[in-house]
Design a protein around this ligand. Structure first.
Ligand SMILES: *Cc1c(COP(=O)(O)O)cnc(C)c1O
Length: 389
């Protein structure tokens, strides 16, 4: 099929939940994506923070294909080595106790919500199941994760929502304190609101939340679906804040392109979910886990140091571009504010010039692969400059 045929068939036969851009991705290598017409693009999106090692990384392909030739899937009623190997790396690295593997961000947030409710109800009483999340947050599209998401625009048309959620304005410590009561089992938040506009939370607010949780035996759930696995220049963004969450959810970057997510549980919560409480058919798939295990082996301290340096370089380059007013975020999770151009128009023009970017609310969002080189950053910046005009 040629690109026009693909686009026409897509419009006709695929549910239109996405406003797709005018590009048919065909293949990629590293930071470059090529469309079906042979045009080359620099990808500053990494598939929305997923392809952390870029397209078709050789070590990752090797790990994945070797496992593909051994066992492509078995049920979670049996043990597999890729799962435990990835779990060991994740827990060694973070000091968390155990991991649960799922498929996606929304799904692992559901897992965290279930675990928090069970923790509160069994430890403190049947009514202790309320969860406080933040306004302008994003936690996913399934009913629980969507309810946790503090934005009406995602709720509209899909009510009734789940019971037991309260929403606090980000960085409003007084409101948070007022919302906590005897029925609160957890506070759940992203540390950098991603879809909400790449907005890092204030340190004082995060500190206050962590303190409130510790003092009242309330679980602190950090959604690292977008910020995790090296994206912000630390393995998890919570390391920037010096806090110790009780539960951490992650997805996007962990699979390097294959669907995988997980929940890390600390010592208080690691035995809350028991046989029969929760499960998944595909979660922790051995092929996806073999890829994850490879990625976890690659993202060491040197790798993260490089991410931080290259991020500083990209940020400085962006701030030199006339028309760029501000850059928010950390590491390779950036929100770029433009003086005079709407983010959506920029994304369209940049794509036409050969640069793939995203929006986050009123900002241009950049999530390049963590392996991008300085030369590739320069190349992207050149196109960025043209597209701002
Ligand atoms: C993307 C995202 C999700 C949802 O992940 P899916 O894999 O799309 O379900 C949840 N939380 C955050 C912070 C995200 O960025």
């Amino acid at each position: 099929m040629n690109s026009n045929e693909i686009k026409a068939l897509d419009k006709e036969r695929i549910v239109s939940t996405y406003a797709r851009h005018d590009m048919v991705a065909d293949h990629g290598k590293g930071v470059y994506c090529y469309d079906t017409d042979g045009r080359k693009y620099i990808d500053f999106t990494a598939g929305i923070g997923v392809n952390c090692l870029g397209y078709c990384d050789e070590g990752w392909i090797k790990a994945v294909t070797e496992q593909l030739g051994k066992v492509q899937h078995t049920s979670n009623l049996y043990y597999t080595e890729p799962q435990v190997s990835a779990a060991k790396k994740l827990t060694d690295r973070t000091g968390m106790s155990k991991v649960y593997f799922g498929n996606s961000g929304a799904e692992v947030n559901e897992t965290a919500i279930k675990a928090a409710r069970k923790y509160g109800a069994t430890k403190k009483g049947a009514s202790v199941t309320d969860i406080i999340t933040l306004k302008n947050s994003f936690h996913g599209r399934t009913m629980g994760a969507m309810t946790a998401t503090g934005q009406d625009v995602y709720h509209k048309d899909f009510t009734p929502l789940l019971d037991g959620f309260k929403y606090c304005e980000a960085n409003n410590t007084d409101e948070l304190k007022a919302l906590v009561d005897e029925n609160t089992c957890a506070i759940m938040m992203e540390l950098i609101q991603g879809e909400g506009g790449v907005r890092p939370l204030d340190r004082s607010f995060v500190d206050a939340a962590a303190e409130l949780c510790a003092k009242n035996d309330i679980l602190l759930i950090i959604d690292e679906v977008q910020t995790g696995i090296g994206r912000t220049g630390r393995f998890f963004a919570y390391e920037h804040y010096g806090i110790r969450p009780d539960i951490v959810t992650f997805a996007k970057g962990i699979g390097g392109g294959l669907p995988l997510g997980g929940v890390l549980f600390g010592e208080k919560t690691c035995d809350v979910l028991q046989p029969g409480n929760h499960g998944t058919t595909f979660g922790g798939n051995p092929v996806a886990c073999a890829g994850a295990d490879h990625i976890l082996g690659r993202i060491d301290e040197n790798f993260l140091e490089e991410v931080r340096k290259k991020s500083a370089y990209l940020k400085a380059g962006l701030l030199e571009i006339p028309g760029v007013s501000e850059v928010s975020g950390m590491g390779f999770m950036m929100g770029v504010s433009l003086d005079a151009k709407a983010a959506a128009d920029f994304v369209k023009d940049a794509l036409a010039e050969g640069l793939m970017t995203l929006t986050a609310k009123e900002k241009v969002r950049l999530l390049p692969p963590l392996t991008i080189t300085y030369e590739e950053i320069d190349e992207g910046l050149e196109i960025f400059k043209k597209a701002v005009k």
